[in-house]
Design a protein around this ligand. Structure first.
Ligand code: SAH
Ligand code: SF4
Ligand code: F3S
Length: 446
């Protein structure tokens, strides 16, 4: 029966919001009778869900779109669609049209529900379907989803971003903040729990501003309390937080919520007050460090991670030294460091004092070397400890090893093929590497 059904393939780039959107796109296609292709070459519909946060991401995606031309050449019946943030960015869209004329249609991030219509139109008239909605209208909430995992799920709580950090394209492509209603989110979480989901991740570009755009008095902490009370959900994660809006009260309230995990991802972006101001981040180095200190005091077992940008326009050796010393001070568990990438249309792209590429590269290397040592040391502190791990499945690198995550979001590898998938297990850590832990199953149940 399945043999006769049309197959689809979705390629996803970018952040968790895009991963979530791809699950919605897959759900819509399956409702339309499609099944997932085992290999892209078997697919009759190929979707590329794009990201434009950095130039490097865009170039990779445009390269991939170029490679997909061959697929179309071999089978002209394949329908190709491009969705995601590049579609919402005029410059990127122009590039797609210029370099990928084999693309049949584009679909905006606020139009996911129109996928069946666009597919039909692409099939019928073969002309490039371009009808990107200008309005950032609210997506219907009852869209189907095909979740990649049985036990974990993404739950969007706030769409868009109104922060306008001066380097960032996201508010320009995803529109202003738009919170979902708390009842709706709770309902979603209840239904996921009913389907066997045990871990949820609440999603937003700045989850800490949840509720501020609603006419009701509801905060992110209120929402966490609501979600924590849903039976069946054992672990609650959230991403991304904005340090400016992360207050001490939230740290205290989280301590009282059993399901909310002790992982604090707090993108610092820079350790220099001058640069933070230029970035429009709304906090100082000192305020940030106070928050970290408070988190460590209230949650001593927590993991703290960050994002950082090196080579923001005008960043001097002294500014970079401030970032470096902040890293030494905080001792992050992990950090994602990015080379500043000018994004046309953002304020920072027009600033003078763009930092030369080699200088940015050297700074990135220095910071990554430092962080590697710190991550390793932080992980070594966990050797010999027993921890609960939610097992995802076989490790991508080695299928004879299973991989999972702790509450603190540490990657843990367990020797043993095909076992404990989607289960919480107790693990004793016996080896610590910079970016992963290796453990053995304890002989008692979790
Ligand atoms: N809303 C989230 C994620 C935004 S994108 C947040 O505020 O943290 C993820 C990361 O990409 C950011 O944290 C930032 O470190 C990085 N980033 C965003 N724009 C960038 C740019 N123009 N160049 C380099 N890195 C960038
Ligand atoms: Fe971009 Fe800043 Fe919004 Fe994050 S908070 S998405 S970095 S503008
Ligand atoms: Fe990229 Fe869009 Fe996410 S630009 S980081 S996919 S919101």
């Amino acid at each position: 029966m399945d043999e006769e059904r049309s197959r689809y393939h979705i390629q996803t780039y970018g952040c968790q919001m895009n991963e979530h959107d791809s699950e919605v796109l897959a759900g819509i296609l399956e409702d339309e009778g499609f099944v997932a292709a085992d290999d892209i070459s078997e697919a009759e519909v190929v979707l590329v869900n794009t990201c434009c946060v950095r130039e490097s991401a865009e170039q990779r995606i445009l390269g991939e779109l170029g490679r997909l031309k061959r697929l179309k050449y071999e089978n002209p019946d394949v329908i190709m669609g491009v969705c995601g943030c590049m579609v919402m960015n005029d410059r990127s869209l122009k590039e797609i049209r210029r370099r990928a004329s084999h693309v049949d249609f584009v679909l905006g991030t606020n139009q996911l529900h129109r996928l069946p219509e666009f597919l039909r139109r692409a099939r019928c008239d073969r002309a490039f379907v371009l009808e990107r909605d200008r309005e950032y209208d609210v997506l219907p909430t009852d869209l189907p989803r095909r979740r990649a995992s049985g036990v974990r799920a993404w739950v969007p709580i706030i769409y868009g971003c109104s922060n306008f950090c001066s380097y960032c394209i996201v508010p320009h492509v995803r529109g202003p903040e738009n919170s979902r209603l708390p009842e709706e989110i709770e309902e979603d979480v209840r239904s996921l729990a009913g389907d066997g989901v045990r871990e949820i991740t609440l999603l937003g570009q700045n989850v800490n501003s949840y509720g501020m755009d609603l006419e009701r008095d509801v905060s992110f902490a209120d929402l966490l309390e609501r979600v924590d009370a849903v039976p069946g959900i054992r672990w609650v994660r959230y991403t991304t937080s904005h340090p400016r809006d992360y207050d001490f009260d939230l740290v205290d309230r989280i301590a009282r919520l059993e399901s909310v995990c002790e992982h604090f991802h707090l993108p610092v972006q820079s350790g220099s007050n001058r640069i933070l101001e230029e970035m429009n981040r709304g906090y100082t180095r000192e305020q940030y460090l106070d928050l970290i200190e408070y988190i460590r005091r209230i949650h001593p077992e927590s993991a703290i991670t960050t994002d950082v940008i090196v080579g923001f326009p005008g960043e001097t050796e002294d500014d970079f030294a401030d970032t470096y010393s902040l890293f030494e001070k905080v001792q992050y568990d992990n950090a994602f460091a990015f080379l500043y990438s000018p994004r046309s249309g953002t304020r920072a792209a027009d600033l003078s004092g763009q930092v030369p590429r080699e200088v940015k590269g050297e700074r990135l290397d220095l910071l990554n070397q430092l962080q590697r040592k710190i991550s390793h040391r932080r992980n070594q502190e966990l050797a010999g400890r027993e921890m609960t791990v939610l097992v995802d499945g076989p490790s991508q690198r080695d299928p004879s090893v299973m991989s999972g995550r702790t509450r603190t979001n540490k990657l843990v590898l367990l020797p043993g093929a095909g076992q404990w998938e989607n289960q919480f297990v107790r693990v004793r850590i016996h080896r610590a590497e910079p970016y992963q832990l290796v453990g053995q199953l304890c002989d008692h149940e979790d």
